[in-house]
Design a binder for this molecule. Structure first.
Ligand code: CTP
Ligand code: MG
Length: 831
């Protein structure tokens, strides 16, 4: 005895006490699949037999069943389910989750059940209870279908129950094992000639009958066509289109989902009273010229169509009007209705047409959803969904999407066959991608490929504040630079940071070759430039614009011009560049004035006065030598401190005096350059400098072989010279690129900074070089900073990857947002 159960369904066991429901459930289902009313009564009342807990127990059971069904898991309810109201609750849960309710009835003789009951310790009711149950069961049997159970299996007697075997059925819409490749074709609407032309363009061979009419098509590469529905109405030859598509479907060369126009045609053919509008009269007229057999075949064909398909391991969903994620692979009236008609808000627009609910803008699923239904001038991906209806019958084009290559192929309509109510071919609007607050706000767990991270709600709120008030357009803001950890604190006498530690750090991470890049003391700047200039922007490490629209645009224009040959060479129409904007004072002028300069000025004002007073005191024969030595040291330290910040203050006027030092090329159209080595990055940077030496500053660098002490020594000398001349220091990066992995495939820091002795004076205070201060500072904890740097780095790399693969913008944005949120972590700002 085979019991067919849809893979995803809500199974209600029905039977009197002692009929063997729990035994049956144990034999056929996993323990976690079975929700038993006894168990839930126990959960609520510590007593499985406490009938007063039943209402709460069932409420809880329904809740858990709902969670399982949302997650797409088969759920079995082990309860007597003998009363209509109890079953109605289950049918409701099933409907709410768009799965089929199934009943399995265990019908055993009452005498046997009574015998079993008497043998049980946990059942104490008397015989009359069982008799009443038996009566309820008899009454239930012919109610189940009416109540909405879509499959009803009645097992009569112990032998049938013992012999029963569960067989799982796929849903009709489950074609996950079909991998194509597919040619998915938009709304044809009776445009037979254009359909033929499109199929030929796609490489199909048409097969014709004696009368020369195409009745099938085959593709030499065994591709399969998928029709998104609305084959008929409005156009010149709906029967011709049907004949071809029906032939292709019958031969297994095509798959077809129904459109609302097929649906209405079938109703008309079935004699229902439908309005003869929207091109249906034309179709009926055309069909009148066909013989009855063909018309009957059309009716059967349409009635057999399944409203949506899940294809290619679940990566592709096709439905005429699209489908929201919660409905993928589900079966219910409302799923069918959504697939055929979409969801409307109940309003009408200025043309009297229904306003559609913007499900695609809110779509967050991983399956690509391909659909038609609403004509658009050009197909555009929105959150991994695409509409292929390009209004062929209205004089537009007939469009196909090749899967999995996602290539668009289209042929023009020979003419306008039907006048649209609403103008369709006006200037195409940029579709709203629909970043949504819900994607970023609250506590969020993100798996970004290189790791996972949890963004605490309060960090998300802080990031939202910055993003909402200050940042450039979040659609533009596709990457933020990670913070960078300093090298391990040095033990070299007089130094807190020293190249030997930086080299040791990277050697320990398994890196054998590094590039030392001069660390420009300015402000980090990320630049997006494109051939056309549309969407170009420059932003800070927290996503803010730099100067103001005019000056930013003037700067971008210079970058754009210098990058022109690089666009061509890299075959990209845009580039994302990581750079430093100089001088530091251009952005940080206020900070320097209010913070560093005040300390310097106070020291320089007070100490000379104090020293001259000590001079007088010494002249009077007082012993102030100790105090004078200390103040002289302080005075020298303050001078060093003042010199350090003054080196980074340069006057600028508009763009004059402002320069950019580019050092990495992060991404271009469809590509992340994270795996390119730093010779590649710096060579491109050098070309920008050569193209416009006024606006670009070169980055001095030195390549170091970590196995060669002489190479290291040379780099250390170089660093001492750089920092001795007022340079901030250097960044030591794995030469092989931005995305270097070490042990167990873990990401290596993209760079560690090694700051100069004098520069660190403005970070740790004028006196930090005293031995006792250095000893204390060497104990600083770098762990948090390193972990943060690595996490932000991974998030940024993942953002570049997602950008390259054309992921929906919310997927890129959630990572960029997480980087910004990570900046709220409490980490020592001096690191
Ligand atoms: N039993 C049996 N042979 C079967 C099925 C059940 O002997 N083929 C016994 C079980 O071992 C148990 C009793 O009959 O002691 C009742 O079976 P159970 O599966 O618990 O019945 P339910 O229908 O679940 O009863 P209730 O509604 O009371 O939970
Ligand atoms: Mg039981």
């Amino acid at each position: 005895m085979i019991i067919d159960v849809p893979e995803l369904s809500l199974v209600a066991l029905v039977g009197i006490s002692g009929s063997g429901k729990s035994t049956f459930a144990r034999a056929h289902f996993k323990p976690t699949q079975v929700l038993s009313s006894d168990f839930f009564r126990g959960l609520i009342a510590d007593d499985e037999n406490d009938q007063s807990a039943s209402a709460d127990a069932f409420e809880t059971l329904h809740y858990v069943a709902g969670k399982r069904l949302t997650a797409g898991r088969l759920t079995v309810v082990d309860a007597t389910n003998l009363q209509a109201h109890a079953r109605a609750g289950l049918v409701k849960v099933a409907r709410e989750h768009d799965v089929l309710p199934v009943a399995i009835v265990l019908d055993v003789p009452e005498a046997l059940a009574w015998e079993r009951t008497q043998a049980r310790e946990d059942r104490t009711f008397d015989r009359r209870v069982l008799t009443r149950m038996s009566r309820d069961l008899r009454r239930s049997l012919n109610q189940l279908a009416k109540e909405g159970f879509r499959k009803i299996h009645v097992l009569r007697g112990v032998d049938e129950i013992a012999a029963a075997e569960i067989r799982y059925e796929k849903l009709f819409n489950d074609r996950k094992d079909e991998h194509g490749p597919f040619d998915i074709i938009g709304d044809v609407h009776g445009c037979r000639a254009e359909l033929e032309a499109l199929l030929i363009e796609l490489g199909w061979d048409l097969i014709r009958d004696e009368a020369g009419r195409p009745v099938d098509a085959v593709h030499p590469d065994a591709r399969k066509a998928v029709f998104v529905g609305d084959l008929v109405d409005r156009g010149p030859d709906s029967p011709g289109v049907l004949r071809l598509v029906m032939g292709m479907v019958a031969a297994g060369h095509a798959i077809c989902v129904p459109g609302n126009h097929e649906q209405k045609l079938a109703r008309k053919l079935n004699g229902r009273n439908v309005q003869l509008t929207h091109g249906l009269p034309e179709t009926l007229e055309q069909l009148a010229a066909e013989d009855d057999t063909f018309v009957a075949e059309v009716r059967t064909f349409i009635e057999g169509l399944v409203s949506h398909y899940v294809l290619d391991d679940g990566k592709l969903v096709v439905a005429h009007a699209g489908l929201k994620e919660a409905y993928h692979g589900r079966a219910s009236g409302r799923v069918r209705s959504f697939a055929l008609y979409g969801e409307t808000t109940g309003e009408t627009d200025e043309y009297g047409l229904p306003v559609r609910y913007p499900w695609a803008r809110e779509y967050r699923g991983s399956a690509a959803v391909v659909y038609g239904h609403v004509p658009t001038p050009t197909p555009e991906w929105i959150n991994n969904t695409i509409c292929l209806d390009t209004g062929c019958v209205f004089g537009g084009r007939l469009t196909a999407l090749r899967w999995p290559s996602r290539e668009i192929v289209a042929v023009p309509a020979a003419k306008e066959y039907y006048a649209p109510v609403r103008p369709i071919f006006a200037a195409p609007e940029k579709p709203e991608q629909g970043l949504d607050l819900a994607d970023v706000i609250g506590r969020r767990h993100i798996d970004f490929g290189y790791g996972t991270t949890t963004v605490p709600a309060e960090n998300a709120a802080a990031a939202l504040e910055v993003m909402g008030r200050f940042a450039v357009d979040p659609e533009t803001l596709v990457w933020l630079p990670p913070t960078m950890a300093p090298c391990t604190s040095s033990t070299v006498d007089g130094f807190l940071e020293h190249p030997s530690s930086a080299f040791a750090d990277l050697r320990a991470a398994g890196v054998d070759r590094v590039v030392c890049e001069e660390k420009h003391m300015g402000s980090r700047a990320v630049v997006r430039v494109s051939v056309t200039g549309a969407g170009d922007a420059i932003w800070t490490r927290t996503g803010r614009p730099f100067f103001g629209p005019d000056l930013d645009e003037a700067l971008l224009a210079r970058v754009r011009a210098a990058a022109a040959p690089i666009f061509a060479e890299l075959e990209t129409d845009w580039l994302l560049i990581d750079a430093e904007l100089l001088p530091w004072s251009a952005k940080a002028g206020g900070l320097i004035r209010d913070h560093y300069a005040r300390v310097g000025a106070a020291g320089r004002a007070a100490l000379p006065v104090a020293l001259s007073l000590l001079e007088q005191a010494a002249g009077r024969g007082l012993d102030v030598a100790g105090l004078r030595d200390r103040l002289e040291l302080r005075s020298a330290e303050i001078d060093g401190y003042s010199a350090a910040y003054r080196a980074y203050v340069k006057p600028t006027d508009g763009l004059s005096g402002v320069t950019l030092a580019p050092f990495a090329f992060l991404a271009g159209a469809g590509v992340s350059y994270a795996k390119k080595n730093h010779d590649w990055h710096l060579a491109l940077a050098d070309r920008l400098v050569a193209a416009d030496p006024e606006i670009f500053t070169p980055t001095r660098r030195m390549i170091v072989d970590l196995a060669d002490p002489a190479s290291e020594a040379a780099a250390t000398e170089w660093w001492l010279t750089l920092t001795g001349a007022g340079g901030e220091g250097m960044v030591v990066k794995p030469w092989a690129g931005l995305a270097v992995t070490g042990e167990k495939g873990r990401l290596v820091q993209p760079g560690v900074k090694c700051r100069g002795r004098e520069y660190l004076r403005i970070i740790y205070g004028p006196e930090y070089t005293r031995p006792e201060q250095l000893d204390r500072l060497r104990q600083r904890n770098l762990g948090r900073k390193r972990a943060l740097a690595l996490r932000e780095h991974g998030l940024g790399l993942a953002a570049l990857d997602r950008l390259a693969e054309g992921a929906p913008s919310w997927r890129v944005h959630e990572l960029v947002f997480a980087i910004l949120a990570a900046e709220s972590e409490p980490v020592d700002p001096r690191l």
